[in-house]
Design a protein around this ligand. Structure first.
Ligand code: AMP
Ligand code: MN
Ligand code: MN
Length: 328
């Protein structure tokens, strides 16, 4: 851990709190849910009254994660939220949590995250930029708090670990990620079972959605930008959900010559005229989080996103200009 003072302060704040409310970012991914459920297990083992909140519109959870035991996540903000210590996990900015109810004036906010552009909105901030995932920070905190890992906690943390490291293949994968994996397997994680749940078991609509995205893939700037878009009709006609786009942008990135891959989509959940954009960089030459920030969003150097009113053609031009500016 890079900042021992922040780490020790966070450990002590968690140890000192009695009632807590745990939240994560909107459209929760594997690390969001993994670090949320993992941290809840750690706090519960310490005898704390800890409540997990996820907004009702996020349910059902994406099929990749709905097998994680989550019956105790609540979908209404507890009445005593203002008196609880609020723990934000994997949340780069407070705006990425849609629950207005958790913006309690005067409440203690504990911000635990690994996004380098985290806005440090907490009363205490533990932002570990070189952690592979927020689940890795939770794992380190569990050690510091002397909490052994149950199988449920280990499984949740493992999902955060494999999804944010691209199954141990992205640049953020270091020895700690593998040490953590070894320990989680010792604690009961069934690797093949988790693999099948997270990476196989595609709902058939996803297959048809992927086919549409691939058929609408274009290359720009001699292939340095590989870009696809999906209309709301593509989702309606295939009966696919937005969460079924997971993984498409990574396929685009794998095309030879690609520096940046982008996927823009409109679906039932995007406001009229708005496009949700996912960006991925293939190496360290381009920082897609800077491009996403220029578009009003954020993220990591290699994986970022934003929402825009630019249509596909203008958006592709904007992205290619941004790439060119970083290359010059
Ligand atoms: P996604 O493409 O949705 O998987 O997101 C990739 C990364 O970008 C994640 O780390 C997100 O936290 C971040 N991200 C996505 N959309 C936004 C946004 N609108 N604002 C800030 N960060 C975002
Ligand atoms: Mn996340
Ligand atoms: Mn994460």
């Amino acid at each position: 851990m890079s900042d021992t003072v922040a780490f020790d302060a966070m450990r002590d704040a968690l140890r000192g709190a009695e009632r807590l409310l745990l939240v994560t970012h909107e459209h929760p991914d594997g690390d969001a849910l993994g670090s949320l459920i993992g941290m809840h297990g750690v706090l519960t083992a310490l005898g704390k009254d800890a409540v997990m909140f996820v907004a009702p519109e996020e349910f059902p959870l994406p099929y990749e994660y709905d097998w994680l035991e989550h019956h105790d996540i609540v979908t209404t903000v507890p009445a005593d939220a203002a008196e609880r210590t609020i723990v934000f996990l994997d949340c780069g900015s407070i705006d990425r949590n849609p629950a207005d109810g958790v913006r309690c004036p005067g409440a203690t906010l504990l911000n635990i995250d690994h996004h380098h552009d985290n806005t440090r909105f907490g009363t205490l901030n533990l932002v570990v930029e070189d952690a592979s995932c927020t689940a890795e920070i939770v794992w380190t905190l569990a050690h510091a708090l002397d909490v052994g890992l149950t199988r449920r906690v280990a499984e949740a943390l493992y999902v955060g670990l494999i999804t944010d490291t691209g199954r141990f293949m992205y640049e953020n994968t270091g020895a700690p990620a593998h040490e953590m994996a070894a320990e989680l397997i010792e604690a009961g994680v069934d690797v093949a079972f988790v693999y099948r749940r997270v990476y196989e078991g595609w709902p058939e609509p996803k297959l048809h959605l992927v086919a549409r995205a691939l058929s609408r893939t274009e290359r720009f700037g001699d292939g340095r930008l590989t870009f696809a878009h999906l209309f709301a009709d593509d989702f309606a006609q295939t009966a696919a959900l937005d969460s079924h786009t997971e993984g498409i942008v990574d396929m685009l990135r794998s095309v030879d010559g690609t520096k940046v891959a982008g996927l823009a989509r409109q679906h039932s959940g995007t406001a009229a005229g708005q496009w949700k954009v996912s960006l991925r960089a293939s190496d360290d030459d381009i920082d897609v989080s800077a491009i996403a920030r220029a578009g009003g969003g954020g993220g990591h150097r290699a994986a970022a996103g934003f929402t825009t009113a630019l249509g596909p053609a203008e958006l592709a031009a904007f992205l290619d200009e941004q790439i060119a500016a970083q290359q010059s």
